[in-house]
Ligand binder design. Sequence first.
Ligand code: SF4
Length: 296
Amino acid sequence: MTHANSDVDPVGDMQYRKTNRVVHKYHDRVIMLVTQNCPVYCRHCTRKFHTTEKQQSYFAEGEGSSYDADFEYIAAHPEIRDVLLTGGDPLTYNDRRIEQILARLRDIPHVEIIRIGSRYPVLLPQRITDDFCAMLERYHPVWFSTHFNHPSEITAEAAAACDRLLRAGVPVQNQTVLLKGINDDVETMRALLCRLLEIRVKPYYLYHCDNVSGVSHFMTDIERGNAIMEALTGHISGYAIPRYIVTTKLGKIPLEKSYVTQKDGKIILRSHTGQTMTINALDDVALQAEVLPQHD
Ligand code: SF4
């Protein structure tokens, strides 16, 4: 099913593409689309047109072509301090090939951190071997982003894979896509976020489902996403709360409602329980006033 306004490239990667693999959208960081292959092909994937070849791949020169131009671009741009390896899924490559990429990046002095985006901890956790983790340790600081959408995906094997990464000093964070009928209710989302904390994976982003072709049956409205965020913010550990955002051609835009409003020159602060206080400024003495918390 295709939504009337669905887009094959909803985040505008092609607009910001500088070389065969490098997309430079934000000033100080780039993504490297190292492959178009994945362990699974997610219906909701933002880069569906890259991974399915329906609309042709990003790889004008082919995935197997030299990386030289990609590394040369990064080396020539000293403002780039953060490189995210993504795709497709970089872990479809073997360790030797991933290490070649990491080593080339570590030869560029201004690249401070390297991130890897991969669903392997969720989908084939056995891929996260001790050897792989030991290899990553040689290229620190390396961060890891994975993609759990539902608490049922956090199996013992998945938890063990994340634990291996964490023990190798690789921080692991999670990006969830809000999907109608899958995780767009408070209890499922609460279970997912709390379970992630239990396995020491930080919930980082809750993505509003991008309007890619064939995904309209999974799309929710922003009100539903915000209702879930409000039902959880302040009610579970702050560590468990991701940013609720939408990815656009202009960049990532936070969607959360503000807890601060202004009226008649005053500032109104709203708590997670719905209580409000009106103050003149954020250093107002009213902030110090005793307000009895409500426990739910
Ligand atoms: S694994 Fe990631 S890149 Fe691959 S299809 Fe799923 S969301 Fe897209």
